[in-house]
Design a protein around this ligand. Structure first.
Ligand SMILES: [Zn+2]
Length: 356
């Protein structure tokens, strides 16, 4: 795939079809990609919907079930896909983002042991979704209680990945976000069936692969680091306090694609003892700040300190940080520091691929 003059071309790219509704006056310089699902029955149906003179919304791309891509708005034009949106202090994502709509029916309703798309659920004579197409998983947004989702095809996931990569080569893309992240109260697309975290890790890790050992340079001496084995989580990976699937979780699972250091193995060789870098918020009172010119900004004074997801302590990330853990301070609030620390724990070896 390649992009020239704001148009995509390549093997799996269909001819351009112009959307009806988009901003034909202003020129944009996109630095974000927003991923959506169409909540529709097919890619062709969505292309027709965006093309119709009754359309009020649009997106730059529609990705069909077979992985083929139809572009509908030039990449320097504002499409109408994000709506009221904000994230990380910015709002109005249509003005600086590229919208990718993946053809997918979205959440499924479970009725009498069977699963239905939102439109089938309304019918008297319902056609159920085959079980092989049902993805079960909780949504990242707490407001959404939906548990069943229509699976994306492998072709779609591969096509979206390649499309994002191609866009990143042409534009300076800072973020790839789900519609659910920029409009969390009202949107839940692309939902948990889409591997958004893995996609982000993969795309953004490519530019930072060289600094894997740098990531851990503050945890261990450089000479020790050079003899350690770097591994990568091949799936969303549980990080545990001990080498057993019943051992308590050490933190929220790490995303697929996360780099870790392997420092040992248990006797069954099924578990790796690993180092994993975690960022979170911690009470200032537990910290001894180091104002010398060392590589660390501080050290933990007490055992069992908690690391939280934010400075309001909404969610615990780690419950048992050990005294002596060294870290860097990234940001501070009145009583809390946001720190980056390397935490030791265990993970299942079969889900970790060793990096050469
Ligand atoms: Zn959307």
């Amino acid at each position: 795939m390649e992009i020239k003059n704001n148009r995509l071309s390549g093997d799996n790219v269909k001819p351009f079809v112009e959307a009806h509704a988009y901003d034909k006056k202003s020129i944009i310089k996109p630095d974000a990609i927003i991923i959506h699902y169409t909540a529709g029955a097919s890619g062709a149906a969505t292309v027709n919907l965006f093309k119709a003179s009754s359309a009020t919304t649009s997106a730059h791309f529609v990705v069909s079930e077979d992985g083929s891509i139809t572009q509908m708005v030039d990449l320097n034009r504002r499409a109408y896909h994000a709506g009221t949106s904000s994230y990380g202090g910015r709002s109005g994502y249509n003005s600086f983002s590229i919208g990718i709509e993946i053809s997918n029916p979205g959440y499924l309703q479970k009725i009498g042991g069977k699963y239905y798309t939102w439109w089938e659920a309304k019918k008297d004579n319902k056609t159920a979704t085959p079980e092989s197409k049902v993805f079960t998983g909780k949504h990242r947004n707490a407001v959404t209680t939906m548990t069943y989702w229509y699976k994306y095809t492998d072709e779609q996931i591969a096509a979206v990945k390649e499309l994002c990569r191609t866009i990143c080569k042409t534009f300076e893309i800072k973020e790839i976000l789900g519609h659910e992240e920029i409009a969390p109260g009202r949107k839940c697309d692309p939902g948990p069936a889409f591997p958004l975290d893995a996609l982000r890790d993969e795309i953004f890790a490519q530019s930072s692969t060289l600094s894997i050992s740098d990531m851990f340079k503050n945890a261990i001496s450089k000479s020790a680091a050079s003899s350690l084995v770097v591994g990568k989580a091949s799936v969303k990976l549980n990080f545990r306090q001990g080498p057993s699937s019943t051992a308590p979780l050490k933190s929220s699972p790490m995303a697929a694609g996360t780099y870790i250091y392997i420092i040992g193995q248990d006797s069954t060789k099924e578990w790796y003892n690993i180092l994993h870098e975690i960022t979170g918020w911690i009470d200032k009172e537990f910290i001894e700040q180091d104002n010398t010119d060392s590589e660390y900004d501080g050290e933990l004074k007490t055992d069992n300190a908690m690391l939280y997801s934010d400075c309001k302590k909404s969610r615990r990330l780690v419950s048992d940080l050990k005294a002596g853990t060294k870290f860097n301070i990234i940001e501070q609030q009145e009583n809390m520091f946001r720190i980056k620390a390397v935490v030791e724990g265990w993970a299942c070896a079969k889900y970790i691929t060793k990096e050469a």
